[in-house]
Design a protein around this ligand. Structure first.
Ligand code: NDP
Ligand code: 8X3
Length: 248
């Protein structure tokens, strides 16, 4: 298989790249940080192809795709993994620029990549789009405002892809993890405040990038007649809170 992963320079994406390459598949590893991609490519060898690409920029996406060598062009699996949360402030205090960055990355970037690679999949009658959603798109929490909304978008976009793609042989899946440690997600969310990021996982046994990579690999290697629409996963230590009621 040829697998194209966005956001492979860290976290889930890097671990997915290891998993697919270790199982003999070709993997395009993309992201903005060239040094990280080069280091991962050096680790993984010829089955990994590093491509610098910013999903928030249509020109960058088009340039990256046009640079793919002939033998890497027939992408079987697109993993729209690049994404981020910024901040946990309430809606009336959160910087608008953070909201715009999350929407540009988690929504616009994801649909741009999908629209670019989907027609060839439909033409071939096979292919798989795996989108990284989140439990934040299924349940509200304070400070989750636009991040959660972008992931709800990912959820519904994936289901609507299924509606359009039924009968084409092309599959689509939304993977929605909960608390997952060992990635840069919280360091990015807390804008480099690594102490605040570490606190998120204190006293927990969170999911790991390896857990997500194993799940994604399982989905990608299912027989072609099976489509996982949405898969939600949490660490065993995570659960739900009751509704908050502010009493006077
Ligand atoms: P990381 O921060 O570790 O990795 C994010 C990746 O996205 C990096 O490789 C980063 O690369 C890339 N990225 C960010 N912005 C862009 C951009 N504009 N263009 C291209 N690549 C970009 O996070 P995770 O691995 O934890 O998260 C991966 C995905 O999973 C995200 O979509 C996240 O929302 C989702 N998720 C994470 C959970 C968690 O708890 N960790 C739980 C549920 C969902 P670079 O900076 O080099 O561009
Ligand atoms: C990441 C999970 O709960 O931090 O999408 O929003 S959460």
């Amino acid at each position: 298989m040829i697998v194209f992963i966005t956001g492979a320079s860290a976290g889930f994406g890097a671990e997915m790249a290891r998993t697919f390459v270790n199982n003999g598949h070709q993997v395009v590893i993309s992201g903005r940080r060239k040094d990280r991609l080069d280091a991962l490519a050096a680790e993984l060898g010829d089955l990994a192809l590093p491509i610098v690409m910013d999903v928030t920029c249509k020109e960058s996406i088009n340039e990256a795709l046009s640079m793919l060598p002939q033998s890497w062009r027939q992408v079987d699996v697109l993993i729209n993994n690049a994404g981020l949360a910024l901040g946990t402030q309430p809606a009336h205090e959160a910087p608008l620029a953070d909201w715009e960055t999350m929407i540009a990355t988690n929504c616009t970037g994801l649909v741009t990549m999908t629209r670019a690679l989907l027609p060839a999949m439909v033409e071939r009658g096979s292919g798989l789009i795996i989108n990284l959603g989140s439990v934040a798109g299924h349940y509200p929490y304070p400070g989750g405002n636009v991040y959660g909304a972008t992931k709800a978008f990912v959820d519904q976009f994936t289901l609507n892809l299924r509606a359009d793609l039924a009968g084409t042989g092309v599959r689509a899946t939304n993977v929605a993890p909960g608390l997952c440690g060992g990635t840069e997600f919280s360091n990015v969310r807390f804008k480099g405040d690594d102490a605040a990021a570490a606190k998120v996982y204190e006293g927990t046994v969170p999911l790991t990038a390896k857990d997500i990579a194993a799940t994604v690999f399982w989905i990608a290697t299912l027989p072609p007649h099976m489509n996982i629409n949405t898969i939600e996963m949490m660490p065993t230590c995570q659960g739900f809170s009751p509704f908050a009621i502010k009493r006077t």
